[in-house]
Design a protein around this ligand. Structure first.
Ligand code: CA
Length: 748
């Protein structure tokens, strides 16, 4: 029977019954004992007043706006109480909405949360109030898609598990881009400890870089209750590009199992941060060579890391493929407990960059791992060898029967056998890599079953690609004329490319970019753009902009202070944007003071800003003004800023002013590169508060090399936090003060 037929039949049956059972109100349709189809919030409240075991409440198809669902009742194991959708995927919960469940043996399934956000701090909660929890209950096949608080740094959570013996399975959670962990298991009362929850077959989709702490995807427990056991099983979940911050999953309680999950191109690690007796087995980490992709980080006692496959992970320091930490002697509950009685065996680590042993050793973290074993692991790199770094006395770990294809640190050499030069590896049908011959009991098991993406989430809800790449859509030729660009942009599809014929383009309004667009001149410099508003472009949520082969002038822009060629939305943005400027000339942004190339608002975030082969001349403001987050909360505005092969002449402000304040260490960026570029008379405008041609504060990775600076303000870099890497070298300075780099000194 087709779905439509089924719905029609069911509807007609409901109508027949309505006619028969006159005692019932006309608006509530009953189609079997205790089964009620509700069409309005009032009907829902009426129907759920006094739920009995076996009751089934069904929400009618359609959009339910501003619906705070409370579902409470005492079901039984044989007769649970169910809340479901008339048709899975066709019941949309939008606006200011959320769901709380409380009681015993409840089931909720098939709802879609989108186009809205929770008015409280949680979208889906396994409790009604602090004292009314859910137990033995299940939430399955629900979708939470970009259901974000509109304020990027307003904290909320999508799923909070309380109580005991609950299951969260086959759900779709993607696109969380405001602050706050996507899903958390809470242990803050005895009623929620030793909970035996099951979190399985969920699709945890893209979580973009947050640019601050609070971007974890899953957390189990908190440091305060971390010596309690949770016994939560996290099994067969797919984590795709969960890049929020350094921790993808943070286990902060005991007795948890992470089994059979896939971490696909996700930046960060699965961290056993607090709590003892956890097991990580049969998981796959596919980093595929992407920066900051990490594996497993181990802290505490009685941890088991077995039969995991880790591939192409580029993360370093605490974000490496495998990191075993040093502890703090008699550690307070929120610091680092020593690694003890732990087992690391039969893992396969291929083409990954870093393995860190006794990581974080310093005056405070002075207790190295003890009474632990590291055996039968296969470590193999086909190109750059993995770096295994031993940071402290590692004699408390027994190494045995490990196979590796490079030589290792003398301290652990005894436990490694160099693979014979003829040992090669091959990919098996399951997608994993094994030694071509022999070594049967080394590395992950031969019968390893790798979870597929389509085994997770509701099967009726598509898993989209989240960002439409540049130049992926159609090419649209444009000729000069009035208002040409505004109309074209409005009508264009995501990924489109405008090809501008030679000639003058006068733009009378600000062009709003809310999709992926490339604007490209047919011949270099032939398309000449001028603009009459205080900004030519405004990037808003969903916008990615690439400018190529253009010539742009600000000479007809208004005579007002603070214009910009490009600005972000003036409000908080949830989507991360990208901006590329290449082969382009920008000049005469000088109708008044403080005319910037890019001006951004607080609580906006760029994944990448790239400038290459371009020139900028006669500009009263700055090129990239990236410093509005002045609260020093570890929040910043751009992950990768790269400038190469470009010329900057007569610029009053700085080429880049990139600021990341605070002492938090939960993020990887910002990253900054300036190379092969020339600066002449840059940074000397009297309104340039930074008094620098390049001003970097709190940048984690900075490279300023092979540039030439003439008659310009100095380069000024302040390292402030983390493990910053700064390289300022091979720059030619003429009539320009020497650069100033203030290094970070860690205080124990
Ligand atoms: Ca964190």
């Amino acid at each position: 029977m087709t779905t439509m037929n089924w719905i029609l039949r069911r509807r007609s049956r409901a109508i027949e019954l309505q006619t028969l059972l006159v005692l019932l109100t006309l608006t509530i349709s009953v189609f079997s004992t205790g089964a009620v189809l509700v069409h309005t919030q009032d009907e829902f409240h009426e129907a759920t007043k006094d739920l009995k075991p076996g009751d089934e409440i069904t929400l009618a198809n359609g959009t339910w706006r501003d619906f705070e669902i409370v579902f409470e009742g005492q079901g039984t194991e044989d007769q649970p109480i169910t809340l479901s959708a008339e048709t899975k995927g066709e019941v949309i919960i939008s606006g200011r909405s959320n769901l709380r469940i409380a009681g015993e043996y409840l089931i909720v399934k098939g709802l879609v949360f989108k186009d809205g956000h929770s008015p409280t701090n949680t979208v889906v909660s396994f409790r009604r109030t602090k004292g009314q929890l859910a137990n033995h209950s299940r939430i399955t096949e629900i979708v939470i898609n970009r259901f974000n608080n509109p304020e990027r740094h307003e904290t909320d959570f999508w799923v909070m598990m309380y109580g005991k013996h609950n299951r969260f399975d086959h759900n779709f959670l993607a696109g969380k881009s405001n602050k706050g962990v996507t899903m958390a298991v809470r242990l803050d009362s005895p009623e929620s400890q030793e909970n035996y929850h099951q979190i399985d077959h969920n699709y945890f989709g893209n979580r973009p870089v947050l640019g601050s702490n609070g971007g974890e995807t899953l957390r189990i427990g908190t440091s305060k209750y971390s010596l309690s056991d949770s016994f939560t099983r996290v099994e067969h979940n797919y984590f795709e590009r969960c890049n929020g911050e350094v921790e993808i999953v943070s286990s902060k309680s005991g007795g948890n199992t992470f089994n059979g999950n896939v971490f696909f191109e996700s930046q960060g690690t699965l961290t056993l941060r607090h709590g003892n007796g956890n097991t990580i087995e049969n998981n796959v980490f596919f980093g595929n060579g992407i920066a900051h992709t990490g594996g497993i980080r181990v802290i505490n006692k009685r941890q088991t890391v077995r039969n995991n496959f880790l591939y192409g992970l580029r993360g370093f320091r605490f974000g490496g493929a495998l990191v075993i930490m040093n502890g703090v002697p008699n550690s307070p509950i929120n610091r680092y407990h020593q690694v003890e009685d732990s087992v690391i065996e039969n893992n396969t680590i291929i083409n990954s960059a870093y393995i860190e042993l006794a990581a974080g050793a310093d005056e405070e973290r002075s207790a190295p791992p003890i009474s632990s074993t590291f055996s039968k692991n296969l470590i193999h790199n086909s190109q750059n060898p993995v770096q295994i770094t031993v940071h402290d006395d590692i004699s408390g770990v027994t190494f045995s029967e490990n196979i590796i294809n490079i030589s290792v640190d003398p301290a652990i050499q005894y436990g490694f056998k160099a693979a014979s030069p003829r040992t090669t590896v091959t990919r098996h049908e399951n997608g994993l890599i094994y030694p071509t011959h022999g070594l049967e009991d080394i590395g992950v098991s031969r019968d390893f079953n790798v979870l597929q993406r389509d085994e997770t989430g509701p099967d009726w809800y598509p898993k989209p690609n989240t960002v439409v790449p540049f130049d992926s859509g159609e090419s649209i030729p444009l000729s000069p004329g009035e208002n040409i660009l505004a109309t074209a942009i409005e009508q264009a599809k995501d990924g489109s490319v405008f090809l501008l014929a030679d000639g003058d383009y006068l733009v009378p309004q600000t062009l709003v970019i809310d999709k992926t667009l490339t604007i490209r001149g047919e011949k270099q410099g032939g398309a000449f753009i001028r603009f009459e508003r205080n900004s030519l472009f405004e990037i808003t949520d969903g916008g990615l902009l690439r400018l190529d082969n253009l010539s742009i002038s600000g000479d007809v822009s208004p005579d007002m202070a603070g214009n910009s060629l490009i600005r972000t939305s003036r409000r908080s943005m949830l989507s991360n944007y990208r901006l590329i400027i290449e082969n382009t000339t920008v000049q005469n942004l000088d109708t008044n003071h403080s005319f910037n190339v890019l001006s951004i608002a607080k609580h906006t975030f760029a994944d990448t800003i790239e400038i290459s082969n371009s020139s900028f001349e006669n500009i009263t403001g700055s090129i990239l003004q990236l410093n509005p987050e002045i609260d020093d909360l570890g929040i910043y505005n751009a992950e990768y800023v790269t400038i190469s092969n470009s010329k900057f002449r007569n610029v009053g402000g700085s080429v880049a002013n990139l600021y990341r304040g605070g002492t938090d260490e939960s993020t990887f960026g910002p990253h900054f590169v300036l190379m092969d570029s020339t600066l002449e008379n840059v940074g000397l405008g009297k309104r340039n508060k930074s008094q620098a041609s390049i001003r970097l504060h709190g940048v984690q990775d900075a490279s300023i090399v092979n540039n030439s600076l003439t008659s310009s303000a100095p380069i000024h870099v302040s390292e402030t936090v983390g493990d910053p890497v700064t390289s300022v070298s091979n720059n030619k300075l003429v009539d320009t003060p020497d650069h100033k780099v203030v290094p970070f000194v860690r205080t124990p």
